[in-house]
Ligand binder design. Structure first.
Ligand code: GLA
Length: 555
């Protein structure tokens, strides 16, 4: 596709030119804000989106056929509710009052009629728009006009509400703007949607042809879901870290460390699914779904639902994995271990069970193992239910499986007498969140403990380590690097572990270690911190949670 070629070749040049023009890429965090609570997306949204299969080739009869297929295939009743009409649905010109309109040849019955059709089928209506002047297809000259919401936020929000829109995908497709510009601009539409009074899932993407700001902050104050990466493609591994296009393994690498951001009403979005679109073998397709389920990711199918083969149906309709994904605690799996080949994730569930994923990232079959204590289920015999086969087994220690290359085995781990797992609800967005008393004692728990930090001297910086999650045998921490009364240009944070802890993965920083001494320096994008501002990096570690005193130096 032309668009993809342009995107692949031009983007690095554009990004480099911008970086040169601005002298440095200066990104700082904005002041912490409260999570968006608009009542929707209490569990990860599920549905279908037109882009992955159809790109710009959409019209109302296609969308209606897809809606019919979602109902007739049984997907709706499994929770797939939102039908999202992506780019290229609109008239390239606004009307004389500046209102956005559906394209009259593609959607001759109008967008309100489409919304009514979907609602009559028990489905929900999603639509695509951008905060800048051009949609992504307009930016790449594959669709005419410049009909973005810039300057029309309140008017467009009212129009969407009047059409019965239930979900807005809002896509920053531009290399311009700092992360703080993005936060402010995305917040405009958040507030405009709220002002309509209609509950609308707010799904944002800050990464298209832009520096990858999706993983750089917790966007839960702005949106219900936010893309963590550049666009997905139907390949296992494209070799990208976070660039166009992303394979499944590449997206998992970016999104796993962001687990602490997820919760009811706000989820990391690793992009629409590629299941049923070729390009991967069945093991990889299953792994894709299992990992999305474990990461509490929105489950937005991207295949042609009218012509799904049975292997695709088996994957998309796996009730065990849907129940794990739609669990009312809304937690994203945290990483238990990762040796580069064998990666283990655990997700605490509302009835006290823990879902564990044994993921083989390597190229040949291997045994992936963990223990009941590492996932917070120690102290007796537990039952393992295989999410793919329903086979059960028991253990009081080792949890392991022989896993094929790129495969993921998922077990639901239950203590004797635990209440049966909830089956997925047909209206996931309305499911209530579980009471805190449902939490198992040894599962990930927030801890208020934080290391002391010394006051930064002028021109200097300070660092504070805070425990975000902990589980038997490991923990996750966030480190805040705070600039003093002048700006910081580059920083190094050091600490010493008190008792044999080891870092298993670290993000938004570069680590060097020897024995118990840890040194972390900034990445290129978060080295500049304005006076008085801060940035964060995070890590998961093995051992018992600790918050040693960290020192920060800036050259
Ligand atoms: C961007 C988004 C995609 C899709 C296209 C539409 O690339 O990331 O998901 O919406 O725009 O042009």
């Amino acid at each position: 596709m032309d668009r993809k070629r342009i995107r692949t070749t031009l983007v690095p040049a554009v990004t480099a030119a911008l970086a040169l023009a601005s002298g440095a890429v200066a990104l700082t965090t904005v002041s912490p804000a409260q999570a968006l609570e608009n009542g929707v997306a209490r569990t990860p949204p599920m549905g279908w989106n037109s882009w992955n299969t159809f790109g710009c080739n959409i019209n109302e009869s296609l969308i209606r056929q897809m809606a019919d297929a979602i109902v007739n295939s049984g997907l709706r009743d499994l929770g797939y509710q939102y039908v999202v009409v992506d780019d290229c649905w609109f008239n390239p010109n606004r009307d004389s009052s500046g209102n956005i309109q559906g394209d009259p040849s593609r959607f001759p019955s109008g967008m309100k009629a489409l919304g009514d059709y979907l609602h009559n089928k028990g489905l929900k209506f999603g639509i695509y728009q951008v905060p800048v002047d051009k949609t992504c297809a307009q930016y790449f000259n594959s669709y005419p006009g410049a009909t973005g919401s810039q300057g029309h936020e309140a008017q467009d929000a009212r129009q969407f509400a009047a059409w019965g829109v239930d979900y807005l995908k809002y896509d920053w497709c531009s290399p311009n703007g700092t992360i703080n510009d993005q936060v402010a601009t995305f917040a405009k539409m958040r507030d405009a949607l709220k002002a309509t009074g209609r509950p609308i899932v707010y799904s944002i993407n800050p990464n298209s042809i832009h520096s990858k700001t999706g993983p750089q902050r917790n966007w839960g104050d702005v949106a219900n879901m936010w893309r963590t990466t550049e666009d997905i493609t139907n390949k296992w591994d494209t070799g990208q870290t976070n660039g166009y296009p992303m394979g499944i393994q590449n997206i998992v690498n970016v999104t796993v460390p962001l687990a602490s951001y997820a919760g009811p009403g706000h989820f990391n979005d690793p992009d629409m699914m590629e299941i049923g679109r070729g390009g991967m073998n069945d093991t990889e397709m299953r792994s894709h779904f299992a990992l999305w389920a474990m990461m509490a990711s929105p489950l937005i199918a991207g295949n042609d639902i009218r012509s799904m083969d049975s292997a695709t149906q088996t994957i998309l309709k796996n009730k065990n994995l849907i129940a794990i994904n739609q669990d009312s605690l809304g937690l994203q799996a945290t990483q238990v271990s990762n040796d580069g080949t064998r990666r283990v994730l655990a997700k605490k569930l509302a009835n006290g069970d823990v879902a564990v994923a044994l993921f083989n990232q390597g190229g040949s079959t291997t045994t992936v193992s963990t223990t009941t204590s590492a996932i917070g289920k120690s102290g007796g015999t537990v039952t393992l239910t295989d999410a793919w086969t329903n086979a059960t087994s028991t253990t009081s220690g080792t949890i392991s499986a022989s896993v094929p290359a790129h495969g993921t085995v998922v077990y639901r781990v239950s203590s004797p007498g635990s209440s049966p797992s909830a089956s997925p609800s047909a209206s996931p967005s309305a499911s209530p969140s579980a009471s805190p008393s449902a939490s198992p004692s040894a599962s990930p728990s927030a801890s208020p403990s934080a290391s002391p930090s010394t006051s930064p001297v002028p021109g200097g910086c300070s660092a504070t380590i805070k425990t975000i999650n902990s589980w038997g045998g490991g923990f996750q921490s966030e480190v805040t690097v705070q600039a003093g009364s002048s700006a910081v240009n580059g920083w190094t944070v050091k600490w010493t572990w008190p008792g044999g802890q080891t870092i298993s993965s670290l993000w938004n920083g570069r680590q060097s270690s020897s024995g118990s001494s840890v040194t972390v320096t900034n990445e290129s994008y978060n080295g500049s911190i304005a006076a008085g501002a801060s940035t964060t990096f995070g890590f998961t570690a093995n051992g018992s949670a600790a918050t040693p005193t960290a020192t920060c130096t800036s050259p």
